[in-house]
Design a protein around this ligand. Structure first.
Ligand code: HEC
Ligand code: HEC
Ligand code: HEC
Ligand code: HEC
Ligand code: HEC
Ligand code: HEC
Length: 157
């Protein structure tokens, strides 16, 4: 095979497939997300990371978002949710450097997380629900948090 043809083939292989060889779990997660159907995969969040690939992982990928960088990363494509999140006490806590609650802490990095699973994790931090929640419903633990609180701004719906 000519070098040119080989080069062309390499260029046409989607980045997703190239990363998948070493990161089967992340790849399977992304494939199960609506992101994948819209061609949002590894390169959208980590860059093409050519050097990382060529060095079998010994060079860092182009981009790995640390927690403060997650809202701008996701918010580039989800501006409405970012704007609401930025106004929330969760964002204030992240800015203050305390308990990080950002997009990926609720939604995960790769695989989609159902609303029910996200909401059952609220009580990891809010273990004693304020009486104000229960006052509105005798069975608050069974009512969706998002039924009363916007999950991004946290203001009441
Ligand atoms: C030849 C194998 C290989 C390929 C191909 C590969 N990686 Fe990696 N990657 C590694 C290894 C090894 C590590 C370090 C150990 C680990 O975290 O699993 C790593 C780590 C990572 C990390 C975590 C880095 C960190 O600082 O936490 C990310 C993100 C990543 N790779 C993204 C990618 C992306 C995106 C692609 C495709 C463009 C890719 N990798 C292709 C081997 C590979
Ligand atoms: C929608 C954005 C997004 C996409 C798409 C995405 N990642 Fe990630 N990935 C993240 C975030 C956010 C983290 C967490 C970074 C951190 O730990 O600070 C992460 C972490 C990782 C890690 C290290 C920890 C872990 O969860 O395994 C690897 C390896 C990785 N990604 C590989 C990939 C590969 C391979 C693809 C494509 C199949 C991919 N990612 C697609 C956002 C994304
Ligand atoms: C490159 C653009 C892009 C980036 C970056 C991105 N997304 Fe998305 N996201 C999309 C698109 C496109 C959809 C599909 C929208 C649709 O079909 O209505 C989507 C859908 C979603 C959905 C809805 C899934 C559902 O079940 O309907 C969630 C949640 C989501 N993204 C979270 C995130 C998070 C968290 C991050 C950061 C880790 C992120 N996105 C980064 C483009 C992006
Ligand atoms: C405290 C947890 C939490 C955080 C932090 C969070 N989300 Fe969400 N998000 C949710 C829940 C819960 C839903 C489902 C809402 C529903 O079912 O009514 C959701 C829904 C979504 C959706 C689907 C469309 C919609 O608005 O219902 C997108 C897209 C999304 N989030 C993106 C983001 C982005 C981007 C960030 C960061 C800027 C973020 N989320 C931060 C919990 C969170
Ligand atoms: C990792 C821990 C953590 C998780 C998970 C978490 N939160 Fe929070 N939450 C906080 C922190 C920290 C604050 C800032 C105020 C404080 O210190 O109590 C906060 C504030 C709030 C507030 C506003 C309180 C006020 O003073 O006005 C509401 C409402 C809220 N969270 C709801 C939720 C919901 C709903 C979920 C799940 C979708 C959730 N939280 C998940 C840590 C968390
Ligand atoms: C039936 C409506 C309702 C439901 C369901 C609900 N809440 Fe609330 N919650 C309230 C009201 C009302 C307040 C009082 C503060 C306000 O006006 O926003 C409140 C306040 C809070 C506060 C802030 C308390 C403070 O000190 O100011 C947190 C944190 C909170 N809720 C978390 C949750 C979580 C987590 C869930 C799901 C497990 C949930 N809530 C479900 C109605 C509700």
């Amino acid at each position: 095979m000519s070098l040119l043809l080989l080069l062309l083939l390499t260029q046409q292989t989607p980045v997703h497939t190239l990363c998948q060889q070493c990161h089967t779990e992340a790849a399977a997660g992304v494939e199960s997300h609506p992101h994948f159907a819209k061609s949002v995969s590894c390169d959208a969040c980590h860059g093409a990371s050519e050097k990382h690939r060529a060095a079998s992982g010994h060079v860092a990928p182009d981009r790995v978002a640390v927690r403060e960088q997650v809202p701008p990363l996701c918010g580039a494509c989800h501006p409405t949710q970012r704007k609401a999140y930025d106004s929330s006490p969760h964002a204030a806590a992240l800015r203050a450097g305390s308990k990080p609650v950002h997009c990926a802490s609720c939604h995960g990095n790769h695989a989609p997380r159902p609303t029910r699973a996200i909401e059952s994790s609220c009580q990891k931090c809010h273990n004693a629900l304020p009486a104000a929640c229960a006052a509105n419903s005798p069975r608050v633990a069974k009512v969706r948090c998002a039924g009363c609180h916007n999950p991004h701004s946290l203001s009441r719906n």
